[in-house]
Design a protein around this ligand. Structure first.
Ligand code: FAD
Length: 318
């Protein structure tokens, strides 16, 4: 395992030896550009948050969209950015970096995926057709004018989503539903700690691009190798810790947790967001809550995938 530094954050801004490629140049884009989204957040803040430091849970009308691949760009050797487009993106809303969309994959390359029909009884699939494979992904950037949505795919090997992305061609179809809701973490906290592996990088990159100038942010990101680092575009006061490794050491502590254990957290009110492999994120959350005394209301921790191949998405709340 290697880390870019020790306990006290030192590296400022983006990747020390980061991979600067075509995709990374777009990293400043956010998925919250529409006026509707801004109004939704402002409305929620006005009506549902007695204090500026209260999270807001928003609901959005659920819609399934059939989109087509417009561009494929390599962000790092481990990540592809697929730009999806289409008029059906009209009205798309993503109010938080924590959002996810559900992707519906075709049964074979180039085919048109089966989409659910959203009726009063919820999503229903047409009779007689096999249900499509679905996976959850982060809306990395949305451009309402161009009707474009970027999704960044980790190329982890064989898997419905990773394999589809690795072979995606301009013109291919992909179904996209959601986001169904948004968990909006106020930017007003004194500091933010963002923790995750490569699957959380799209959300973390989006968050640091959206946070205001000078906001204190610590980020701890585990990647398979140094060349999977991203160059972040941010105005925030970002202190970055990259870690490369994988399995826990003999003492049972994994690479992410080991770095988090050495962090000196800033003074003031902070919020921790963590996502990635289920066991690694659970261990980090347990440590922060039990040993560092972080209140459970100040951490949002989610499983994005499981090494044992089990069902991926789970927000940890116990
Ligand atoms: C809310 C949410 C947002 C997410 N956002 C993103 C995103 O923006 N970009 C992104 O790349 N992923 C994201 N993920 C993670 C992604 O959904 C999972 O990695 C998913 O399992 C990939 O599907 P697949 O079909 O490629 O592999 P699967 O068919 O699900 O799994 C096949 C095998 O690969 C393993 N595997 C799955 N993912 C990984 C991985 N990342 N590294 C190593 N092994 C893996 C599994 O354990 C399994 O053995 C997100 C997940 C959630 C829940």
């Amino acid at each position: 395992m290697t880390t870019s530094q020790n306990a006290v954050p030192a590296q400022k801004g983006g990747a020390e030896q980061g991979f600067h490629a075509a995709g990374a140049a777009q990293a400043s884009g956010t998925a919250t550009s529409s006026a509707a989204t801004a109004a939704a957040i402002a409305g929620a803040a006005a009506s549902a948050t007695p204090s500026a430091l209260q999270v807001a849970k928003l609901r959005h009308p659920l819609k399934a969209r059939m989109l087509r691949v417009r561009r494929v760009a390599r962000v790092t050797p481990h990540m592809l950015r697929i730009t999806l487009g289409g008029d059906e993106l009209a009205g798309f809303v993503s109010a938080s970096f924590d959002d996810h969309v559900k992707l519906f994959f075709p049964h074979e390359a180039g085919a048109v995926p089966v989409l659910p029909v959203l009726g009063e009884r919820g999503p229903e699939f047409p009779a007689g057709q096999p249900k499509p494979q679905t996976r959850d992904y982060t809306p990395r950037r949305y451009d309402a004018d161009a009707r474009e949505l970027d999704i960044d795919f980790v190329l982890h090997g064989e898997g419905t989503a990773a394999s589809w992305a690795a072979r995606a061609q301009v013109g291919d179809y992909l179904g996209v539903a959601g986001p169904r809701g948004s968990f909006v973490i106020p930017q007003e906290f004194d500091w933010h700690l963002l923790i995750g592996d490569e699957t959380a990088l799209p959300a973390i990159a989006r968050r640091v691009a959206e946070l205001p100038a000078g906001k204190r942010v610590l980020a701890v990101v585990e990647t398979a190798s140094p060349n999977a680092r991203l160059a972040f575009d941010t105005r925030a006061d970002l202190h970055m810790h990259w870690v490369h490794g994988g399995a826990p050491a003999a003492d049972g502590i994994g690479p992410l947790e080991r770095v988090v254990r050495r962090l000196v957290l800033p003074e003031g009110e902070g919020y921790v967001w963590a996502a990635g492999e289920s066991l690694a994120i659970r261990a980090v959350r347990e440590y922060l809550v039990r040993e560092r005394g972080l209140h459970k209301s100040r951490i949002r921790a989610a499983s994005y995938w499981r090494r044992d191949g089990g069902p991926g998405h789970e927000v940890m709340e116990d």
